[in-house]
Ligand binder design. Structure first.
Ligand code: BF8
Ligand code: SF4
Length: 626
């Protein structure tokens, strides 16, 4: 391994495969980060603008060069607009994923989505009632059709507010009313955000940022929440089940197929095909022992949560996993798929397939999935993967997989607690559990791979704080062995006692990134049980290794929902002290929560513990000095 890459990951599989990739002369994300140095300081501070063609413009942070863009925008406006556009893009991404699921739901109702069905009728009915649909005496498919229509209306401008906001505690809804940030329609808020950041529209950095919160809420309580709820209706509510993680989940003697991306609409069908007798016997004919489907990133998390399918890795492993030479086919849909993957795969026998009508990549074969053809295409592609097995060269799978448990939906957590959140609340009141933290988000090559995600998690559970996680963080902690019941040995005495009695790990896998909404629902249930607002609870959020615009949106809807959230990498806002102050201090008066920024997970843990103890104190619960 070259000096440059020494110490870029804490994982053994990452380290060994990086060495292999180097031998195979594969360029990775770390190489490219190196070639980008030094990265642009103006952009890093949010001080460059290319919104219009009178620009590009920049503001000099030292006060010597230009202080305004050609149009007259100053640093505050430029920084705010840039951040707003990040948040709009993140909201658009997750919410558009939700839209794809609503279309499948509509397709199930009218019979055009062949092979898909309603796997959880009870949840369908429950959500339909929340949408004021009269379900009495109606057929399941009729309810599904009406629900899909009602959800489509949530995307547009027919509502005064999106429907699932009703799930938030009353005080929280009043807070949004007062701040003027009640989201009206999912697409509407994103569209308005882009409108307001066009040159010559909203040039008040404060009102711009408030709209960004409203836009983020439209995703958190709208598009992403719809994505999760409809996925549960179509594919089942997750429940705890064992799984395995890291590159060791690939099998030397089986056809390995990887799904990467986000949308379960594709991965669920691939799973069905992989499990079919027809495909398994074909694999045997070709000399393999069977078919091994494994996941990467969030679509992998979707399968892990519902079926216990193994995870080969998180964001920074997506390139390296190809250099095992053991992957017959990787199917991608959208989001977080590095455009480098096709070229890397061309060094091996791996077939790369892009599946979404909205996402194509260099050196991949494009085979579009639609609800009508998905089932047939899934079988065709799995067959092609099997036929690729004999073309395999040498295989390098350097590690053994680690055990983990996933599947902690809110329903599963409440059921583990015996049907009500009361035992969790009692444990929090007694101080056995001091609070709970949702750790979310990505990997980022600027931070040692998995180091911040796992270190923060360890420090929190050691201090009796329950951790729930999603997205790529959930894979980091699973690989570190923190997601098995025995991991209570790493927890403080109180958390150890409670999790031990319930037989659950101290770190609960709540799903993919859209599933962060499960954390909002859980927080609302706790707030309602205590008769307080979410912002009163001893809770926090964190995104220790975030990289993506979606993570900026998630952080924003957490904060807007009253959850103090600590980001690892600094967002590009340091060019405006006003924007920094509003986000880290001023928002307290608006939504009862703020952002913190701290790349060092040891320090972030202390910030979070302090916050949790201060909330405990305000609630009159026993608190300690941190
Ligand atoms: O939606 S955690 S790197 S894969 S953005 Fe992407 Fe980040 Fe992973 Fe999932 Ni979320
Ligand atoms: Fe420059 Fe203003 Fe155009 Fe931005 S919007 S590129 S600051 S002129």
């Amino acid at each position: 391994m070259s000096q440059i890459h020494e110490g870029v990951t804490i994982t053994e599989d990452g380290r060994l495969l990086l060495k292999k990739a180097e031998q195979d002369q594969i360029e990775t994300v770390w190489d490219r980060l190196e070639t980008q140095q030094p990265q642009c300081g103006y952009c890093d501070m949010g001080l460059s603008c290319r919104i219009c063609i009178m620009g590009p413009c920049r503001v000099d942070p030292f006060g010597e060069g230009p202080q305004r863009g050609v149009c007259g925008a100053d640093a505050d406006i430029i920084v705010a607009r840039n951040l707003c556009r990040m948040i709009a893009s993140g909201a658009a991404s997750h919410s558009d994923h939700g839209r794809d699921l609503v279309e499948v739901l509509a397709g199930v109702a009218d019979g055009s989505a062949i092979g898909y069905s309603i796997r959880d009728e009870e949840k369908l009915k429950r959500v339909a009632v929340e949408y004021d649909i009269d379900i009495e005496g109606k057929e399941t498919l009729a309810i599904a059709g009406e629900l899909a229509q009602a959800m489509m209306e949530d995307y547009g401008m027919r509502q005064k507010q999106i429907r699932l906001l009703k799930r938030a505690p009353k005080k929280r809804r009043e807070c949004w009313e007062k701040a003027g940030i009640v989201p009206r329609g999912i697409d509407r808020e994103t569209s308005e955000m882009l409108h307001r950041t066009h040159m010559g529209v909203d040039n008040n950095w404060q009102t711009l940022l408030l709209q960004a919160l409203r836009n983020a809420l439209s995703d958190g309580w709208g598009g992403s929440m719809i994505a999760t709820e409809v996925s549960d209706i179509l594919f089942g509510i997750p429940s705890p089940r064992p799984t395995t993680v890291n590159v060791g989940v690939l099998k030397k003697d089986q056809v390995n197929i990887l799904v990467h991306g986000h949308n379960p609409v594709v991965s669920e069908m691939i799973l069905e095909a992989c499990l079919s007798d027809q495909m398994i016997s074909l694999a045997r004919e070709k000399g393999a022992e069977g078919i091994n489907l494994a996941g990467l990133c969030c679509t992998g998390n979707e399968l892990l949560m519902r079926h216990g399918i193994s995870m080969a890795g998180n964001h920074l492993m997506t390139e390296l996993v190809l250099s095992t030479g053991a992957v017959e086919m990787m199917l991608v849909d959208y989001q977080c798929i590095m455009p480098s993957l096709g070229e890397i795969a061309s060094n091996y026998h791996t077939k790369m397939i892009s599946t979404s009508d909205k996402a194509q990549f260099p050196e991949m074969v494009h085979r579009e999935f639609h609800p009508e053809n998905a089932q047939k295409l899934a079988y065709t592609l799995v067959r092609e993967a099997i036929e690729n097995y004999p073309r395999r060269g040498e295989v390098y799978i350097p590690v053994k997989p680690v055990n983990a448990v996933g599947g902690f939906s809110v329903e599963a957590i409440v059921s583990a607690l015996g049907g009500t959140p009361a035992p969790l609340i009692d444990a929090i009141k007694a101080g056995k559990i001091r609070g709970a933290v949702g750790i979310v988000g990505c990997n980022n090559p600027k931070i040692k791979h998995d180091y911040a995600n796992t270190t923060l998690t360890r420090r929190l559970i050691e201090n009796d704080i329950l951790v729930v996680d999603t997205g790529c963080v959930s894979v980091s902690t699973a690989k570190a062995g923190l997601k098995v019941a025995e991991a209570i040995k790493y927890a403080g005495p109180g958390l150890k006692e409670v999790c031990g009695a319930l037989g659950i790990p101290p770190v609960l896998h709540m799903g993919s990134c859209v599933d962060n909404v499960r954390i909002l629902v859980l927080a609302s249930a706790l707030a309602d049980a205590l008769g307080v607002d979410i912002s009163d609870l001893p809770l926090a959020g964190a995104a220790p290794e975030w990289y993506s615009e979606k993570a900026a949106t998630i952080g924003s809807y957490f904060v807007a929902s009253g959850v103090y959230t600590v980001l690892g990498p600094m967002p590009p806002i340091t060019g405006s002290i006003n924007v920094v102050k509003l986000l880290t201090e001023g928002l307290e008066d608006v939504v009862g929560a703020t952002f913190g920024v701290e790349p060092d997970p040891e320090k972030a843990a202390v910030m979070i513990r302090k916050h949790i103890e201060s909330k405990r104190k305000k609630l009159g619960l026993p608190s300690i000095d941190v």
